[in-house]
Structure formats: C-alpha cells, structure tokens
Design a binder for this molecule. Structure first.
Ligand SMILES: [Zn+2]
Length: 146
C-alpha cells in the first residue's frame, strides 16, 4: 500500500470517526487541510442549525440525543457528513499534487497538467509535467541556444 493510499484511508477513517460525533472536516484536519476542514465544519454546523430552526423546536433539541431530531434535519446533515468524509478521502488520494504539485522550474508557478508550457511565465517545458521529477526547461541550455 502506498503512502498516499494509506493517508487516504486514514483520512476517511478519521472523517468517519468525526462524522459519527457530528463533526465534519475531521479527516481534513488529519490531512492538515485547515481551510477545507473549517469550511466543511462551518457548512455542516450552519446547515444543521438552519434545519433545526426550520423543522424542529430549537429549545427542545438535545445534542446528546440526535435521534430525536426529525429526518428533515438528520438526513441532510448525515449526507453532508458523509460527503465531507468522501471529500477527505479524495483530497488525500490526490496526494501531494495540491500541496506541492508540479511547479515551473523557472518561476515556481503551479503547472497545468494539460499544457506543455508554464501558464505564469510562458516557459516551454520539454515534457508534460506529469512526473514532477522530469520537468525541465526546454531550449534554455540546449544546443539551439548557442
Ligand atoms: Zn514559469
């Protein structure tokens, strides 16, 4: 099992554990994707509170007994918790691309995997930046620039 895959599985597991106590974004916290974790946490809390006010009596709601909530509240919240876990898995499964993805060897800008030049400084790359290790600038030190 590769590191990326193990990270993805652990992120999903942590996400499930967090979701089981009503906390979205736990898997993202494990991945140190703080902004995404906060976004998920905030969205789920906001929607959950909104649904409680819409479908239940907020004064009668006990956080210790979520089964007392109507399904109009629990359904969407559980769906969101599930989605946040799936998102954590895919964020991890994509691996390091987001954090330290292919970078332009000239300007350090993030590279688009679809194009063979840097969108930031227009440096031509002699290989598509699929493999980060193999990115090199084309025609800079080559024979054509004598
Ligand atoms: Zn560049």
């Amino acid at each position: 099992m590769t590191d990326t895959r193990r990270r993805a599985l652990v992120a999903a597991l942590v996400g499930v554990l967090g979701a089981s106590v009503g906390i979205a974004g736990a898997g993202h916290v494990y991945l140190r994707r703080w902004r995404r974790a906060v976004a998920w946490f905030t969205v789920v809390i906001a929607i959950g509170v909104g649904l409680v006010f819409a479908f239940a009596d907020p004064a009668a709601v006990s956080m210790s007994d979520p089964t007392a909530l109507p399904t109009e509240v629990t359904g969407p919240v559980f769906a969101l918790l599930f989605l946040s876990t799936v998102d954590a898995y895919y964020v991890a499964a994509r691996g390091r691309q987001d954090d330290s993805g292919p970078r332009c060897p000239r300007c350090g800008g993030e590279l688009d995997l679809q194009v063979a030049f840097c969108p930031w400084c227009a440096a031509e790359l002699n290989s598509r930046p699929i493999d980060v290790e193999k990115i090199e600038l084309a025609d800079l030190d080559g024979a054509e620039t004598k």
